[in-house]
Design a protein around this ligand. Structure first.
Ligand SMILES: Nc1nc2c(ncn2[C@@H]2O[C@H](COP(=O)(O)OP(=O)(O)O)[C@@H](O)[C@H]2O)c(=O)[nH]1
Ligand SMILES: [Mg+2]
Length: 323
């Protein structure tokens, strides 16, 4: 059954242009096949059983998908990777705000007030522009279905890759029952990662509206990251988001999460998602480690992409360091 949320996405995107319809076709073609479907899973399970676990130094087979679908990017140099990893490992990560309504997002009420004043506020003979409006940190937003792994990815990004267990920055929001809100985390006082309410199961139209309003109106939102569970693949709701983002011209990336759980890569071999206009990259990652996936892979690529999205130069240091 279609949730209210989905209906809302449908109604919002029903006036899309032909270009967006073509985009839909591209995305639909990429539907990732569910592993273990055709024969009840017996064949694939056997293959998975006999496969040797990847050695620590060897990336798992799925990791090569990052290269395959990142043709528009140059391979990051060791210096870049080290510098960006250092930034994330040493940054203070601070839960900053939650908002159930777009107007409650810091700066938005003020922005509305200022834009409603016909001549702008005069200050000592000069035009006065409030600090918050010109100096908002860049933001990136995580979008995705409930359970896509948004909170876990946020924790993975902000935890040193040498650590085997993740930090729990995003959990603070869960405990406080903030899952219906936008939740913002300040990273080293250089940018913010905004976790959005998941769509699909247990979501509501209200949360959908909140996310859409934030995505389309927030000036400092530098880029959206659409998270898709690699285990589940793309569905119609994800497609609605892709169409929505394309129709408003918002730059976005796709991140396949939980790749450690994917046994059959067939569905990923011939995707044409990277042909979407303005879609620079697809990243494949795992946020949890296991015997077959003893490291977190793709995290450094994603860290660099976030860094670039926020316009931060390689070598930038956090303004607030972790204690
Ligand atoms: N195996 C595996 N599980 C994951 C991964 N990322 C998230 N999960 C699990 O998926 C579930 C949902 O994750 P969560 O981050 O809460 O999803 P959210 O609703 O999008 O914030 C949790 O049980 C996580 O432990 C991953 O990379 N690998
Ligand atoms: Mg979450």
């Amino acid at each position: 059954m279609m949730s209210l949320w989905t209906k809302r996405w449908f109604s919002t995107t029903s006036s899309l242009t032909n270009r967006a319809a073509d985009i839909g076709k591209i995305v639909l073609n990429t539907k990732v096949q569910q592993p273990f479907k055709s024969d009840g899973g017996r064949k694939q399970r056997q293959v998975a059983k006999t496969k040797k676990p990847a050695r620590d130094s060897n990336p798992p087979a799925w990791y090569t998908l990052n290269q395959k679908y990142s043709s528009l990017f140059s391979e990051p140099s060791a210096t870049e990777i080290n510098s960006v990893n250092h930034f994330f490992n040493s940054s203070d990560v601070r839960y900053e705000w939650s908002a159930a309504h777009f107007i409650d997002v810091p700066g938005e009420r003020l922005k509305e007030k200022v834009s409603n004043e016909s001549n702008g506020k005069k200050f000592q003979g000069k035009t006065y522009v409030p600090f918050e409006l010109v100096n908002g940190l860049p933001e990136v937003a995580f979008l995705g279905k409930s359970n896509a792994g948004k909170s876990t990815l946020l924790n993975s990004l902000t935890t040193d890759l040498k650590q085997t267990s993740l930090g729990e920055y995003a959990r603070a929001s869960k405990r406080a029952g903030f899952t219906k809100t936008l939740n913002s985390f300040n990273i080293g006082n250089k940018f913010r990662i905004v976790d959005t309410p998941g769509y699909g199961y247990n979501s509501s139209a209200e949360q959908g509206n909140l996310t859409m309003e934030y995505v389309s109106q927030r000036q400092q939102l530098a880029r959206c990251f659409l998270l898709i569970s690699g285990e589940q693949g793309f569905n119609d709701m994800d497609l609605q988001i892709v169409e929505f983002l394309s129709s408003i011209g918002k730059p976005f990336e796709i991140v396949f999460t939980k790749m450690d759980k994917v046994k059959d890569l067939k569905g990923f071999q011939n995707m044409n998602l990277h042909e979407l206009p303005g879609l620079p990259g697809i990243i494949f990652t795992n946020s949890l480690i296991s015997k077959t996936c003893p490291k977190r892979y793709g995290v450094d690529l994603l860290r660099r992409l976030i860094f670039q999205s926020c316009g931060l130069q390689i070598g930038t240091k956090p303004s607030r360091q972790r204690k």
